[in-house]
Design a protein around this ligand. Structure first.
Ligand code: ADP
Ligand code: MG
Length: 698
């Protein structure tokens, strides 16, 4: 049997393969492109394409595809075969540098938020050599960016790469001020922890709500939920274990560093965490991971649910975005160092993050906003919709000491002076308070916990990278002009703490008192829904920051706002339509059948023995009939509301109607249906129940 190290990355055209298969000069110039962003010339591209094709064909590939991430949030591919006819009637396998570098998928089927109308109709894909090509099925997949011919990006990768670039540029300016002349790049890394549910395919197929919307729109609470914590700590079931083993194999072959897997709090809920890597690659890998999870699940007779809230009243699924920045030499800039100088540098980067998160709370919030994630944030199971930073008591005490020119208990000196005192090593704070924070410092990285399980991590990291780059840019502008570096540095750190300490919160984020304090006393933003936050993408300060750094153009921002709001509206409208359909064609008829049969049996019993009261059965028939009426009324109301939504003037108005009206009515239709489920004999109910779904995998 082969061991993991034998096949890890076996389907990836990675550095090992490049080094072994490319002429030395080609390898060297490709490396320069990958490491330093140098432009690639066509002769090099031709040689790389040739080697890539030979390697891929040897591994059974027949096709190649540019693999990209349009604004839908999933990945797209267009397959072309390598074959090319020869004059003698046979075929040869061909792949040119041109085909490697650029592709032209039919852009018209991807959302562009009006971008293509204003620019050129066609879009093209461009090779991203910083993310390795890989083989999926019979295709060589080439990670690419997706742009329209007029220039604007139609995807998530392009702005992500731009955000990494500006972050690197501004961070290097700071490092130079601290005397670091050797670092060539600063790289942001991410380790995304992915939560998901596994249910049996057989049950999934029986639920239109799961099939059409990814979540259950009806379903009463199971008698046993997650109260006992027995799932979290329990052994992994054999069916799930087999899935995980198979999944690991697939991911490892693709060079994805799947590391830990465990059960999560809800029954049927699990988590997978990879070892962190560069933001760009982590994003590609997370997209692939989500795709492969679903494929592998299908092979095991299961369905992997990536929706943020598949079951009401049961813990939802998120994604923790562990984020840090490091030099190309491997120095983690969010890790306190061994010398006072390194510590001053650490504090400056820390302050840059604090300032960024406070200044751009809205951007971080909207970077994770979807209809699905709205069900999680603020539901006392995931962080609230209010953004705050958790630093832990120790680090907090250091910042307080700096702010007040006061002694810090951890040092012997009487006063904290930057560049003089050695900071203690901050261990990760593992208290419960930490777990409730949307943005927690965990020793040498920040954990952004608001992402939904189905979100692409690109958006969150674009905003994070850009906002931190902006803080660093402001710092560098000031420090480069300072007469006395150390004094200026000290003052600036002090000022950041003073100006932005409102965003730091080390208490319990699930507490209602916190939301009151955050919004009323501290003035922090609380955008509860996608409809609330998304329009703020176009607020002046946000446009100014993102366009001046070159991360987005104003057209790109407009298109993204529209697409995100469209997604929100479409998902909720599909849910509402599905509810109407299920209530009318399956739920009401089921209740009716049970009520009718019960009524028949009452009549039959009374025919035999007229003195029988049949009190319970008669009452049941009454209640069920009342529920049928209520369901019919609520369904009509929901349908009327859907018509109103259709008449909305524009997407912002439509999203507001959905938020203020439709969602409420959906909740109201659900109530009598769930009540009826509890009263109707199981054999009549058309759907597997929550208990069936949550405890069905063996
Ligand atoms: P947990 O949060 O479950 O306790 P860990 O904190 O050990 O687990 O790690 C969670 C994730 O954080 C992993 O994906 C890990 O690779 C990632 N991670 C660890 N160090 C860093 C770092 N410096 N930058 C980014 N991600 C990191
Ligand atoms: Mg975690």
């Amino acid at each position: 049997m082969s061991t993991v190290s034998d096949y890890f990355g076996s389907l990836v055209f990675d550095d090992r393969v490049m080094r072994a298969n490319l002429p030395a000069d080609v390898y060297a110039s490709l490396r320069k492109t990958i490491d330093e962003g140098r432009e690639l010339d066509i002769s090099v591209a031709n040689a790389v394409a040739q080697a890539m094709k030979d390697w891929a064909v040897a591994h059974g590939a027949t096709h190649f595809t540019h693999w990209f991430q349009p604004l839908t949030g999933i990945t797209a591919e267009k397959h072309d075969s390598f074959i090319s006819p020869s004059p003698d009637g046979s075929v040869i396998m061909e792949f040119s540098g041109k085909e490697l570098i650029k592709g032209e998928p039919d852009a018209s089927s991807f959302p562009s938020g009006g971008l293509r109308a204003t620019f050129e109709a066609r879009g093209y894909t461009a090779w991203d050599p910083t993310s390795y090509a890989f083989i999926k099925g019979k295709s060589l997949c080439i990670p690419t960016a997706f742009c329209s011919y007029g220039g604007p990006a139609l995807d998530k990768k392009t702005p992500l790469l731009r955000s990494m670039e500006v972050l690197s540029k501004e961070a290097l300016r700071i490092l130079r001020l601290f005397g670091n002349e050797s670092a060539k790049r600063v790289v942001s890394s991410v380790g995304p922890e992915q939560e998901y549910f596994l249910i049996t395919r057989e049950m999934y197929e029986k639920r239109p709500d799961l099939r059409f919307t990814g979540r259950t729109l009806f379903g009463s609470k199971p008698p046993k939920g997650q109260e006992l914590d027995d799932h979290y700590f329990g052994v992994i079931k054999p069916g799930v274990e087999a899935f995980m083993a198979d999944l690991n194999d697939e991911l490892w072959k693709l060079g994805i560093l799947a590391k830990t897997e465990h059960n999560e709090v809800a029954p049927a809920q699990h988590e997978l965490a990879p070892i962190y890597t560069t933001t760009n690659i982590a994003t590609d890998h997370n997209q692939l991971t989500m795709e492969i999870m679903q494929k592998v699940a299908a092979r095991h007779g299961l369905v992997c649910l990536l929706h943020e809230k598949p079951f009401a009243g049961v813990n939802g699924s998120g994604k923790h975005n562990n984020w840090s920045i490091a030099t190309d030499g491997g120095q983690n800039l969010l890790s306190p160092g061994a010398t006072p100088y390194e510590n001053a540098q650490f504090l400056l980067f820390l302050c840059a993050v604090i300032k960024a998160v406070d200044d751009y709370q809205d951007l971080l919030r909207l970077s994770v906003a979807t209809a699905g994630n709205d069900h999680r944030l603020g539901a006392n199971e995931a962080p609230p919709a209010v953004i705050s930073i958790f630093l832990g008591d120790e680090l907090n005490a250091v910042l307080e000491a700096i702010e007040n020119d006061a002694p810090y208990a951890g040092t012997k000196k009487t006063q904290m002076k930057l560049g003089v005192d050695v900071l203690p090593k901050f261990n990760r704070d593992t208290t419960d308070r930490n777990r409730t924070s949307p943005f927690a410092f965990t020793g040498n990285k920040f954990e952004f916990r608001m992402l939904g399980s189905s979100n692409s991590i690109a958006c969150a990291n674009i905003m994070l990278n850009a906002a931190v780059a902006e803080s660093l840019r402001i710092y560098a502008d000031r420090l480069e002009k300072a007469e006395d570096f150390e004094t200026a540095l000290h003052e600036m750190i002090k000022k950041t703490i003073k100006d932005h300490k409102r965003i730091i919160f080390n208490g319990n984020g699930y507490d209602d008192a916190w939301i009151r304090e955050a919004t009323e006393e501290r003035g922090l933003l609380n955008y509860r829904t996608t409809a609330d936050c998304m329009p703020h993408l176009l607020d002046e300060k946000n446009v100014k920051m993102l366009t001046s750094l070159g991360v987005f153009t104003i057209e790109e921002m407009r298109s993204r706002r529209d697409i995100m709001l469209e997604n929100y509206c479409k998902s909720v409208v599909i849910e509402a339509n599905t509810m109407v359909d299920m209530a009318r064609t399956q739920i009401s008829p089921a209740i009716e059948a049970f009520a009718a049969d019960t009524a028949k049996s009452v009549a039959a019993k009374k025919a035999i023995a007229p003195e029988l009261g049949c009190r319970h059965e008669t009452g049941l028939v009454r209640t069920l009939t009342g529920l049928i009426d209520e369901i019919a009324d609520r369904t009509d109301e929901l349908e009327a509301a859907l018509l109103k939504v259709r008449d909305a003037e524009d997407i912002v108005e439509e999203s507001a109607l959905i938020r203020d009206n439709l969602l409420q009515l959906m909740g109201e239709l659900r109530v009598p249906c769930d009540k009826a489920e509890q009263l109707t004999a199981r054999s009549y109910w058309p759907y597997p129940t929550y208990s069936d779904l949550l405890f069905g995998v063996k």
